[in-house]
Design a protein around this ligand. Structure first.
Ligand code: COA
Length: 335
């Protein structure tokens, strides 16, 4: 589908929105809980603080608020929205949270569903929704990334608890026959390396009646091999972006903004260096929010759009990566 021509249907970007909970957990406060320090966390990750959901800030609520803002910016009648895709690994309802967001919005004509691909989730959802537009099934879609990893972090594990926070972001995308501003994309997974980062179910054995056992559902906390995940990210992200540039006849010097999944400032800088993209083009807000999983990319984009850094027709190279292992990239022209 790369290099789509104008008699076909393409994707245009119409709006963005985001939401973060009010509660702020600073590095200093984390150091009251585990043996760490503001200096250690900042120097190894670039993170200073993160947001933590209150009971009112579950994924449905955060995703709804982000979507609402994106719809306002797009100036859409709610009845014209055809599709809502929610990327999340932490749904408020395991059966799916997207339909609740649809109901809260009042987007009665839309079909809504969840998609899970951890920190690559937003990118995978954006690409999924775009294919429905390019395939002429739907015209208007809201793509949301929202996560509440604070509920699944082991707050006694200093190697991982310092990284994560909660939040949501959303983009409004529309089918058009005039151009295609999703210039290209790629997606990858490697389940063989899945043990480096996971959040597995914890099945407690219970009995229904004599001799018939069942496993009560639940989840353990995030397990992470930080060094392996780091090596994976700094190796695979430049490779997938370089391949994408080649496939789309773009090069890194034509990129206005590099919007990577906000995991660690050192990962962002290392990927930027490999691609020879200067630091001033690498967007970063992880200092304030940490890693909000599926939310980081639209949260970052929304901030940069609202403060006039990302402008109409800017070229954005974006990449999500994380558990699965999964990773993906997209080249976008904003507008
Ligand atoms: N505070 C203080 N010390 C800490 C610490 C913390 N929060 N976390 C780990 N340490 C200690 C370790 O115990 C270790 O001590 P030791 O040498 O005495 O054993 C030392 O710091 C170095 O640990 P290491 O794991 O090698 O640190 P690192 O430089 O790899 O940084 C991460 C750790 C987690 C910041 C880094 O590996 C990382 O960011 N990885 C990617 C993770 C990620 O992005 N995950 C999400 C992907 S979507």
């Amino acid at each position: 589908m790369e290099g789509i021509k104008f008699n076909q249907i393409g994707v245009s970007f119409k709006g963005s929105g985001s939401y973060v909970p009010e509660q702020i957990l600073t590095n200093q406060k984390i150091s009251q809980k585990v043996d760490t320090s503001d200096e250690w966390i900042k120097s190894r990750t670039g993170i200073s603080e993160r947001r933590i959901s209150s009971p009112e800030d579950n994924v449905t609520e955060m995703g709804y608020k982000a979507a609402q803002t994106a719809i306002e910016m797009a100036n859409w009648d709610l009845k014209t929205i055809d599709l809502i895709v929610l990327a999340t690994s932490t749904p408020h309802d395991l059966f799916g949270s997207a339909p609740s967001i649809q109901a809260k919005l009042g987007a009665n004509n839309a079909v809504a569903f969840d998609l899970t691909a951890a920190c690559s989730g937003f990118l995978f959802a954006l690409i999924t929704a775009s294919q429905f537009l390019r395939g002429r099934s739907f015209k208007r879609a809201i793509v949301i990334g929202a996560d509440q990893l604070s509920s699944f972090v082991d707050w006694n594990d200093r190697r991982s608890c310092i990284l994560f926070g909660d939040g949501a972001g959303a983009l409004a995308i529309e089918a058009t026959s005039e151009y295609d501003n999703l210039l290209g994309f790629d997606m990858r997974t490697d389940g063989d390396r899945g043990s480096f980062l996971n959040l597995q179910s914890k099945n407690d054995k219970n009995s229904i009646i004599d001799n018939i056992d069942f496993l009560r559902g639940g989840f353990s906390s995030i397990q992470m091999n930080g060094q392996e995940v780091y090596k994976f990210a700094v190796r695979e992200v430049p490779i997938i972006l370089e391949k994408l540039f080649k496939k789309t006849n773009y090069s890194s010097d034509k990129v206005d903004w590099l919007v990577l999944h906000q995991a660690n400032q050192r990962i962002l800088d290392s990927v930027g260096d490999r691609l020879k993209i200067p630091r001033e083009k690498i967007l970063s807000n992880l200092e304030k929010y940490g890693n909000t999983s599926a939310a980081t990319i639209p949260l970052m984009m929304d901030e940069a759009i609202k403060n006039n850094r990302i402008k109409q027709n800017d070229i954005i190279a974006t990449s999500g990566f994380g558990a699965g292992l999964s990773w993906g990239a997209a080249l976008i022209k904003w507008g």
